[in-house]
Every structure is written in structure tokens, then in C-alpha cells.
Design a protein. Structure first.
Length: 227
């Protein structure tokens, strides 16, 4: 019984991980793509001993403790958060399918690439879907059309409409399949983005509450007669 419950958990985890289409808004954004340069910039500016000596950013490189840092921990937290974004952006760029990078939904994909995908280009899509976990769904889409494809009216407009409907169904299914690929990488990207948000949010909240406290102290010192 415990083994069955564990198998159920293993099968459920990929369904709980955000799909590529949920991660594309961040992964496709220009600022997040630029964070890939952050580790390199951080090395040359913050953690490079030669520049650190001139810029007086770090008092000692290698083996330092918190008390030896001349850089604000908030700055290091921001740097760490940007590095997390950089890792997430790199994984997204490598593993996210091109179909999802270009389109945010299956409808947009079918409307955009669908009219340009001919029969010879559908061959690899057919084979990929048949070999995937979406094989049963693929058979449900293609099955009814195959049963009617040998009829005598296969050159009529009715046949062409059915074929177009079948192709659109395959493309919808193909986008859904691509959207769910690499669940482990999707989990890593999601974690990196979460760490990045936290790394940027904590210093921002600290500054925000500090400003609010200063403003509150200023307001308290204002005589009520001025209102």
C-alpha cells in the first residue's frame, strides 16, 4: 500500500508543476534574459579582487566573514536573486519548446503556425504524439477521420473540412504535449524564479518599510494645528 501511494505521488507531481506556458511570461521578458549576464558582471565588478580594490566594494576576497564585508548584505541578496533568475532563464531558454516560446496558447499556435504546416511537416508530429503519453488522445483525434478517409467523396469540400478539423485537433494536442515536457526542468525553473523574486523582494520590502517608518515619524512631529 505505501508503494502504491508513493507511485501516485510521483505521477501527480508533474501535474502540479507549472507548465511552460505559465513560465513563458517571465522567461520571454527582456530583463530576465539580460540577467544571464549578471554572474559574469558580478564576478568582474563585485568579486574580482582587482576591481574590488579600486571600487572598494569588498574588503577581502575569499574566506571572508560577514563582519569583513564592506558590501551591504542587501546588495548580495539582490545579486543572489538575479543569479537565480539567470539560472532559470538559461534553463528556460534551453528546455522550453519553441512552440511555447512563440505562442502563449494552443489556439494561438494553431492560428499562427497551423496554416503553414503541410502534410510532410505533420509526419514528425504524428510520430511524436503516437510515441508519447498522449497516444490515446491522438488516436481519438485521428481515428474518426481515418474511418472516413477511404470514402468516395474524399475530394469533396466536406472531406477537406474534416481533414482541416483533424489537423487542428492534432496541433492543439501537440502544443499541449510540448507544454508539459521536461517536468523536472520546469520545476527547477519555477524554483529559480521563486528564489529570484524572494531575493529581490526582501531588500525592496526592507527599504519600503524603512521609508514608511521615516514618513510616519515625520507625520508624528507635525503639529495638528497645521491640518
Amino acid at each position: 500500500m505505501p508503494r502504491l501511494r508513493w507511485d501516485h505521488v510521483v505521477k501527480t507531481i508533474p501535474q502540479l508543476v507549472p507548465r511552460w506556458s505559465r513560465l513563458r511570461a517571465i522567461g520571454n521578458s527582456g530583463p530576465v534574459k539580460l540577467t544571464i549576464l549578471i554572474p559574469l558582471i558580478g564576478y568582474f565588478v563585485i568579486f574580482n579582487a582587482q576591481l574590488a580594490h579600486y571600487l572598494e566594494l569588498v574588503s577581502e576576497i575569499g574566506g571572508f566573514t560577514v563582519h569583513q564585508l564592506s558590501v551591504s548584505p542587501r546588495l548580495l541578496l539582490i545579486y543572489f536573486g538575479l543569479c537565480a533568475f539567470a539560472v532559470g532563464a538559461a534553463l528556460y531558454s534551453i528546455f522550453c519548446p519553441d512552440q511555447v516560446k512563440r505562442y502563449d496558447s494552443s489556439a494561438a499556435y494553431v492560428g499562427g503556425d497551423g496554416p503553414h504546416i503541410k502534410d510532410f511537416a505533420l509526419g514528425p508530429i504524428h510520430r511524436e504524439l503516437r510515441a508519447s503519453s498522449y497516444g490515446d488522445d491522438y488516436n481519438e483525434v485521428v481515428g474518426p477521420f481515418k474511418d472516413r478517409s477511404d470514402r468516395s467523396f474524399n475530394c469533396d469540400k466536406h472531406f477537406d473540412d474534416e481533414k482541416l478539423e483533424m489537423i487542428n485537433g492534432i496541433l492543439h494536442l501537440y502544443f499541449t504535449y510540448k507544454d508539459a515536457t521536461y517536468p523536472l526542468m520546469r520545476l527547477f525553473v519555477f524554483i529559480c524564479y521563486a528564489i529570484g523574486f524572494i531575493g529581490l523582494l526582501v531588500p525592496s520590502l526592507g527599504v519600503f518599510f524603512r521609508v514608511v517608518r521615516i514618513l510616519w515619524n515625520v507625520v508624528r512631529t507635525i503639529p495638528f494645528s497645521l491640518f
